[in-house]
Design a protein around this ligand. Structure first.
Ligand code: APR
Length: 247
């Protein structure tokens, strides 16, 4: 038995594309992170085992860069929806731009740059903001501190909770993700057929079933969309048909 859809609930599923215009690169676009770094070397348990100092340095740089970045109008428009809706942001992003824009319900399924954690099963975590993690810096349980990030091959967090939110949302906005990394990408399947479903990106190989594709930058489209929803619009956007292109 599927749970009841909540008429006043909006769920956002965001990816790195929403932070591009804040100066944080994506992963798979032309100048994306994985074109400049090998994810096996810097974002996998094997890389951590082989050269933890390289992994720490990679995340120290990303943490510092993300702390210097500012939320953009898309982050802020999503935060503003909370004045009229229950808004849950499920993000694959590890920056805190949604929070700094004012969103109060943010679920990070791939971890957070501004936290560190021990390497034991206990996974005790500490907020470190933009501080670096160095070799020899230990958790209180005596294990080496590591970034509180979900690496490739590690268990993704909060999937059950996130899926539940997608199942009960009346409106779903997917923004800035290629939906190429699972299981996070599978969350779109939990969106209900009766829900209003929109996907914003520059390009989309395979549009998830039932989603309207709006091609364009998050900062151009998301504020429009949110204004429409705040004005009480059913589909919340001035665009009438799918495959709308916005320059
Ligand atoms: N506005 C909106 N969307 C954009 C913009 C923009 N300005 N620029 C790029 N995009 C879109 C691209 O069209 C693409 O669909 O953002 C998406 C970026 O895709 P990826 O680089 O694959 O990033 P993402 O989907 O967030 O990656 C998912 O992969 O490596 C892992 O853990 C990492 O969380 C990450 C996951």
């Amino acid at each position: 038995m599927k749970p009841e859809i909540q008429a006043n609930k909006i769920v956002i599923l965001s990816g790195s594309g929403i932070s591009v215009e804040s100066g944080i690169p994506t992963f798979r676009d032309a100048n994306g992170l994985w074109h400049n770094y090998s994810w096996e070397a810097v974002a996998s348990p094997a890389g951590w085992q082989a050269h933890p100092e390289v992994v720490l340095e990679f995340y120290n740089e990303r943490r510092k860069h993300a702390a210097e970045a500012q939320p953009n109008v898309a982050h802020r428009a999503i935060a503003a929806l909370e004045s009229a809706y229950e808004v849950i942001v499920v993000t694959q992003n590890v920056d805190d731009l949604h929070e700094r824009a004012g969103s109060t319900n943010v679920i990070h399924v791939h971890g957070q740059l501004n936290y560190a954690r021990g390497t034991s099963e206990g996974r005790k975590r500490y907020r470190i903001n933009d501080a670096p993690i160095s070799m020899g810096q230990l958790c209180e349980d005596g294990t080496q501190l590591r970034p509180d990030i979900v690496w490739f091959g590690e268990d993704v967090e909060y999937m059950t909770e996130s899926r539940r939110h997608l199942e009960t949302a009346a409106k779903v906005l997917v923004v800035g993700t290629s939906l190429s990394v699972f299981p996070a990408a599978s969350l779109v399947k939990a969106a209900r057929s009766r829900a209003e479903k929109i996907l914003v990106a520059l390009a989309m190989d395979k549009l998830p079933y039932g989603f309207r594709f709006m091609r364009g930058k998050a900062t151009s489209i998301v504020p429009f969309l949110c204004q429409g929803w705040l004005a009480g619009g059913q589909n919340g956007d001035p665009y009438s048909d799918s495959n709308t292109t916005v320059s």
